[in-house]
Structures are given as C-alpha cells and as structure tokens.
Ligand binder design. Structure first.
Ligand SMILES: [Mg+2]
Length: 172
C-alpha cells in the first residue's frame, strides 16, 4: 500500500512576496527618482512612511496561513531596520526578509530570479507575487508561478519612472 501523502513540513512550501508596489504604496516617494539628479537615499529613507496596500496585506496574510513567507525586495540591505519596523507596525506575517546586498546593482529581474532559484534549493516556491512586469516575465520564464500584483494605482509617469529606475539603475 502506498504511504499516505505526507503534509509538507512547515516552511517547506513558501510564497515569495515583493514589498514595493505589492505591500507598500511607494507613490509618495517616486518624485525622488523621477527628477534628475535622482536621490536614491531620499527615496529609500522615505519608505518607512509608505502607506500599506490593503490588497497586498490581505494576500500575504492568506498565503501565510498555508505557506512560509519569504519577502524578496530590490530594496538595499540598508533598509532592513526600517522595513522590519514597518512590517511590525502594519502587522505583516513573520517571514524571511531578503534584500539587495550592498553594491549589488543588477536589474531587479536578474536579482530576483537568482534569489528565487536559491530559495528553491531548500523549499518549494508555490507562488511569487510581484508588481514589476519585467520581473513577472523573467520569473515566469524561469518556471515559477507568479501572481502579478496590479492593485497599486499608477499614473503613467510614475510607472515609467519606476520601471526605468528598476531596469537602468538596478536600485529598486
Ligand atoms: Mg515591486
């Protein structure tokens, strides 16, 4: 007789969730990188004031009922304390927080697919939630199931500024 199907050990199946544009509304700080010269320090320093995105919080809370959570963001490592504090303030579920290593300037789509593959060495990645179309496409091309986050309203200029920042500057 075949053995009964085992429940996966807690944490063995994970949902990988982006922060900016998924959980955090970044629109109030985009002006720092829309104008020239871009002020990345100010852009990231203002992240602690991001309003939460209700839809994103609902999604991650539901995922956390079933799966382990890994937060995967292109925010630099220097944002860790502010990000953890923001998570506490808004009641986000526990999870591993992966940020961009210092001096890593790879485009978000490259950084995130590399991280997804690392995560997938130790756990089954059941879903990846991200708002950046370039990241979504790269993640899908690498074989991951993606839930595109489409709930942060964007005006066109904001969208262009953010994509350019993510692609050309490799900072977000
Ligand atoms: Mg994002």
């Amino acid at each position: 007789m075949p053995a009964p199907r085992q429940q996966p050990a807690p944490g063995r199946q994970v949902a990988v969730v982006d922060i900016d544009g998924v959980l955090a509304d970044v629109r109030h700080r985009l002006h720092h990188v829309r104008e020239s010269p871009k002020d990345w320090g100010a852009f990231f320093a203002a992240a602690r004031h991001d309003p939460p995105l209700a839809e994103g919080l609902e999604v991650v809370r539901r995922l956390a009922e079933v799966y382990g959570i890994v937060y995967l963001s292109g925010r630099p490592e220097q944002c860790r304390r502010d990000t953890e504090e923001w998570f506490r303030r808004h009641g986000l579920p526990e999870g591993e927080l992966r940020l961009r290593p210092a001096r890593d300037r790879r485009p978000a789509r490259v950084l995130k697919v590399a991280e997804l593959r690392r995560i997938a060495r130790d756990a089954e990645v059941v879903v990846h939630v991200d708002d950046d179309p370039e990241v979504v496409a790269a993640s899908r091309a690498a074989g991951f199931d993606v839930l595109p986050a489409t709930w942060m309203p964007e005006d066109r200029d904001d969208a262009v500024a953010l994509r350019r920042a993510q692609e050309e500057d490799g900072r977000s």
